[in-house]
Design a protein around this ligand. Structure first.
Ligand code: APR
Length: 248
């Protein structure tokens, strides 16, 4: 049983949680930068950039279609880490915001109320001209025409690619500016702006905590670090937070 030795007198009231691929690993979704990770099989510039999509849309659609189909298979379900966060969210309503870099829907399915998908969502499609977002079919391809402009080449996965601005950054920085705790879960800390959130939180005096399988690229910036699989580490940490006294 992990011991969390943080000098907190009371439970934090404005908690921002950042999640990455590691939180979904035990649900059967591959991370990106592991030896068997998604980026081992694909060149990022081919499948995760606007230029790659312009060059070969069929390849990009195939890549995301395969991931979308896997996400909707019966064996991919939220694990105890997603469930513990969602349950805590209900208990502290309004005091917890989860910002995920993941494009899966496992936080949604767990029942997470306050949730930002900063890198987009696999289950959605977007018109690259109007920005209109619709539910993506299981297989999205070039034969499909966009609802709003009637063209096929404008319809793309609603995913933030390298070189593009992540979603809802104003809301995220606003939440970080008044956070008293920032928790980073299952991310390697290689991709900005998310990798800079710990620094933002430190600057406003928040307690910063990394929960990961191993030290990330930014682990030295966190005040507290705990290592282990998210499926057991996250529920244990949430349990620790729940037991802290609530400030009067
Ligand atoms: N529990 C906790 N952490 C885990 C687990 C687990 N079961 N399995 C792996 N991890 C950790 C790894 O040690 C690693 O530090 O999760 C992290 C996953 O890192 P990445 O594969 O780099 O994924 P992520 O940080 O989410 O990537 C950020 O980069 O590829 C782009 O847009 C993509 O959103 C993604 C972003």
């Amino acid at each position: 049983m992990q011991h969390f030795d943080l000098p907190l007198k009371n439970r934090p009231k404005n908690i921002v949680v950042l999640t990455g691929a590691g939180i979904s690993q035990e649900s059967g979704i591959r991370t990106f930068r592991a030896a068997d990770g998604l980026w081992e099989d694909h060149r990022i510039e081919d499948v995760a950039t606007p230029e790659g999509f312009a060059r070969d849309p069929a390849l990009v659609h195939r890549f995301y279609n395969a991931r979308r189909q896997h996400l909707q298979s019966d064996d991919v379900v939220p694990n105890p880490a997603h469930l513990a966060l969602a349950e805590f969210d209900k208990a502290v309503s309004g005091q917890l915001l989860v910002v995920t870099q993941n494009v899966d829907d496992l936080h949604d399915r767990a029942g997470q109320a306050q949730l930002i998908h900063m890198h987009g969502e696999l289950l959605k499609a977007r018109c690259s001209v109007s920005g209109q977002v619709t539910r993506a079919p299981l297989v999205l391809d070039e034969s499909m025409k966009c609802d709003c402009c009637g063209l096929s080449e404008t319809l793309r996965p609603d995913i933030v690619w390298f070189g593009e601005m992540p979603m809802e950054m104003d809301r995220i920085y606003q939440a970080l500016s008044c956070a008293d705790m920032f928790i980073s879960i299952g991310t390697s800390g290689n991709v900005y702006p998310a990798a800079g959130f710990c620094r933002e939180a430190n600057q406003v005096g928040a307690c910063t905590v990394e929960l990961n399988l191993e030290p990330s690229s930014t682990s030295s910036e966190f005040q507290y670090t705990f290592y282990g699989p998210a499926g057991s580490l996250v529920p244990a940490f949430i349990d620790y937070l729940k037991r802290l006294p609530i400030a009067g």
